[in-house]
Design a protein around this ligand. Structure first.
Ligand SMILES: Nc1ncnc2c1ncn2[C@@H]1O[C@H](COP(=O)(O)OP(=O)(O)OP(=O)(O)O)[C@@H](O)[C@H]1O
Length: 290
């Protein structure tokens, strides 16, 4: 997908964006990084197609798009589950399949308070989870996330990282915004800087390929009967996968979170057997949550 010579002004106000040239290739995680009011959300809305650019054109926009906007949810009495089921049906799923998909996504994202909570009663983090689930009801070819980490707790960070990876591994395109440089550098394979109405490609992103993961092999501490302890690694920030073979636990963690995880593991008495970088090539979300 490409944005060519895009300009945007709201009414007769000053131009928010001018002469924007952006490439959004499949398989990449693309960040728009910039300060408040720089035009990131405007750019995402143009990418998704809910805002029309004043000048320029968007080409090769995929048909299946998931979008998590900066403001959600609607002030509705409808429950999270009913809303998602409705959204799934709007996207072409049958009622029963939509309900199942909604339930499994909410379970995966650990919506605390339950699927029957009214949208308007959701906390900020839980509203963000419903917004994310809404965008995944049908596995998208293009997933667009406006500040997706805002309000999420650390366990949901891990699930979000997992979902982002699954989308791009399946050949989808992922576009997100965040104002924190560390988050952008840890997650993006391509970074566009948005400032003063211009959008420029950062020629030196830290991650030249897909999001790097670190593979850790840990040995559990044993109790007084020699029985190894267990831990819920998948709920830790940045953890993509965790497998326990009895003797060792192998964890894939988004590299930005690896130091934090290692420190926590050592503090809890786990021993490090092995650590190394992986460039991921397995796992699939597509249908994984259905
Ligand atoms: N619907 C609108 N009507 C008029 N002006 C708007 C509209 N939406 C955005 N703007 C203006 O466009 C500019 C860019 O806003 P935008 O929300 O795209 O920036 P942003 O980079 O996402 O900001 P933030 O990081 O604060 O969310 C701002 O000056 C904003 O006031």
């Amino acid at each position: 997908m490409k944005l060519r010579d895009i300009g945007k002004r709201y009414g007769r106000q000053t131009w928010v964006l001018t002469h924007v040239q952006v490439d959004l290739p499949p398989g990449e995680l693309i960040a728009f990084s910039g300060g408040n009011g720089s035009g990131k959300s405007t750019l995402l809305r143009i990418v998704v197609g809910v805002t029309r650019p004043t000048t320029g054109r968007v080409t090769d926009r995929p048909a299946l798009i998931g979008y998590v906007p900066d403001r959600f949810p609607p002030d509705e009495r409808m429950s999270a589950l009913d809303y998602l089921t409705h959204m799934g049906r709007v996207s072409g799923l049958r009622g029963e399949a939509a309900g199942r998909r909604a339930e499994s996504l909410l379970e995966r994202l650990a919506l605390v308070g339950g699927a029957d909570t009214a949208l308007r009663a959701l906390s900020k983090g839980n509203a963000q989870k419903v917004a994310l689930a809404q965008a995944l009801m049908v596995p998208p070819q293009l997933l667009v996330l406006d500040e997706p980490w805002s309000g999420l707790d650390s366990s949901a960070h891990g699930v979000l990282a997992e979902i982002m990876n699954e989308i791009t591994r399946a050949g989808g395109t992922l576009v997100f915004t965040d104002h924190r440089e560390s988050v952008v550098r840890a997650n993006a394979t391509r970074i566009y800087r948005v400032a003063g109405g211009s959008v420029t490609l950062d020629e030196n992103p830290t991650r030249m390929t897909r999001p790097t993961e670190t593979r850790l092999v840990l040995r559990a501490p044993v109790n007084e009967y020699g029985i190894p302890r267990t831990a819920d690694w998948r709920s830790c920030a940045g953890v993509v996968t965790a497998h326990d073979n009895g003797a060792h636990t192998t964890i894939h963690v988004t590299s930005a979170y690896a130091d934090e995880l290692i420190l926590a593991a050592l503090r809890e008495g786990w021993s490090m057997v092995e650590a190394g970088m992986v460039h991921t090539s397995q796992v699939s979300v597509h249908g994984g949550a259905s």
